[in-house]
Design a protein around this ligand. Structure first.
Ligand SMILES: Cc1ncc(COP(=O)(O)O)c(C=O)c1O
Length: 441
């Protein structure tokens, strides 16, 4: 069934939502970050319904997870078929076909080609933990370079690599030692917090000119961990030569390059892996979120000659369970055959539409992204980030029937399911502009 518009029958939060939120408040960890009171009951394609029967256009895709939309029939069927046969056996101690088939598929798809091996876990943070441990193990080196603005998860290892917001780290010290943070694609850290392509390599040369000169010897560095497009940090797209330059620095010093594709991978940017836009072959790739359309799955893909650790060195009871693997196989098939191209085309339509809004709204400081990973940065006088306006706009979008989230200091991120159609893109732009017009002062 396709719908042409949201439907708000009980202004949210309606009575049912209020009652659920009251119960949630009593029992759920207050560390969750709900930006507005949306209590979801069901989803279908790009639409979700709340417990009061309101229908929303979902431009969040459950935090970039529901890549094939909510409850895609082929994914549901794959889950159902697998669940009827085998739900769990633990790939740590036993073999099962779904896991092997998925590993073969991913090794074939890995960016850069060459033989690969796969480790399965349950989340983005776990995929990063594996990459971190493997880099240390394979190189015998301890240190790892990560970036300001980077988000890699909240387990202690992943958190040590994350430098996106102080609240993520506050109170959890001591973190894992050996992490060196440097500026990302410099542009994000410029005075106006906007992307300036002229910044190009400043941060890449920083590694050799500053870090290796004053702080650490390159022989101590196991890996550079980078998001091809920074996600939580503000949907920052580095300049065209950036990742190539980073890879050259890494290769010069025998350092591994790890691509965190947890948010940008699996077709979202119009290529299977976002790093393909830069023609770079990372040594290790971490994937999660969109790979299994909502079933929990983390994947760490590594060069075969790196993943040589012995039995017991790393494992996970639930990682790569049969049902998640079946969902991932169905997701990858759909993304490859249909939705990756759609993400590219719909992304271009979305970017073009949002860019036209810039001439009408001075508070839009920048529109950037690739495929269906698009950020709109809202600014105020002298083009400073405007987080208050950003929050007001996403709340207004919610009241108008569209779910959308923020990232960075004041960026609104469009990350709809990859199945989205032209009319729904136009609708998203329309709702966004209406919300913006009502909220800007
Ligand atoms: C780039 C990136 N890496 C890692 C993670 C952590 O993933 P998870 O929340 O599944 O642990 C996230 C989550 O937002 C992410 O965006």
């Amino acid at each position: 069934m396709s719908y042409t518009s949201p439907q708000i029958i009980a202004p949210p939060p309606g009575p049912q939502a209020q009652s659920w939120i009251h119960r949630d408040d009593r029992y759920i960890s207050p560390s969750y970050t709900r930006p507005y009171p949306c209590v979801v009951e069901r989803g279908e394609g790009v639409w979700v319904w709340d417990v009061d029967g309101n229908r929303y256009l979902d431009c969040s895709a459950g935090l970039a997870v529901c890549s094939t939309g909510h409850c895609h029939p082929e994914v549901v069927q794959a889950i159902r078929d697998q669940a009827e046969k085998l739900i769990h056996m633990s790939g740590t101690d036993f073999y099962y076909p779904a896991q092997i088939e998925l590993a073969e598929t991913l090794a074939r798809l890995a960016p850069g080609g060459g033989p690969r091996r796969v480790f399965f876990s349950n989340s983005g943070a776990e995929a990063i933990e594996c990459a971190f441990k493997l880099a240390r193990y394979a190189t015998g080196r301890q240190k790892i370079i990560a970036f300001y603005g980077g988000f890699h998860g909240r387990t202690l290892g992943a958190l040590s690599l994350t430098a996106s917001k102080p609240i993520h780290r506050k109170g959890f010290a001591p973190l894992v030692p050996g992490v060196l943070h440097i500026p990302y694609a410099n542009c994000y850290h410029c005075a106006y917090n906007l992307v300036y392509p002229s910044c190009k390599y400043a941060c890449v040369s920083f590694i050799e000119d500053t870090l290796f000169r004053y702080e650490t010897s390159p022989e101590e560095v196991a890996a550079i961990l980078v998001e091809p497009i920074q996600g939580e940090g503000g949907y920052v797209v580095p300049p065209p030569e950036y990742h190539q330059a980073l890879k050259e620095v890494a290769d010069r010093h025998g350092i591994l390059l790890i691509a965190d594709e947890v948010q940008c991978g699996i077709g979202r940017t119009g290529t299977m892996f976002a790093i393909e836009h830069w023609g770079v072959s990372p040594d290790i790739v971490a994937v999660a979120k969109g790979i299994a359309s909502g079933m929990p799955l983390g994947v760490t893909l590594a060069r075969q000659d790196l993943m040589t650790w012995p039995p017991g060195a790393h494992a996970s009871t639930f990682g790569g369970n049969p049902v998640s693997c079946a969902a991932a196989l169905a997701t990858i098939r759909l993304v490859q055959n249909r939705y990756m191209d759609n993400a590219k085309q719909m992304g271009e339509r979305l970017m073009a539409g949002l860019k036209t809004l810039m001439s009408r709204h001075a508070c839009i400081g920048d529109v950037r992204g690739k495929g269906l990973m698009v950020g709109v940065e809202l600014v105020r006088d002298e083009r400073r980030p405007d987080p208050d306006l950003t929050q007001r706009v996403i709340e207004r979008c919610f009241q108008k029937g569209m779910l959308i989230l923020t990232c960075g200091k004041s960026t609104i991120r469009f990350m709809p399911p990859l199945i989205i159609e032209p009319a729904e893109i136009d609708l998203a732009i329309h709702i966004f502009e209406a919300a913006l017009s009502e909220c800007k002062s």
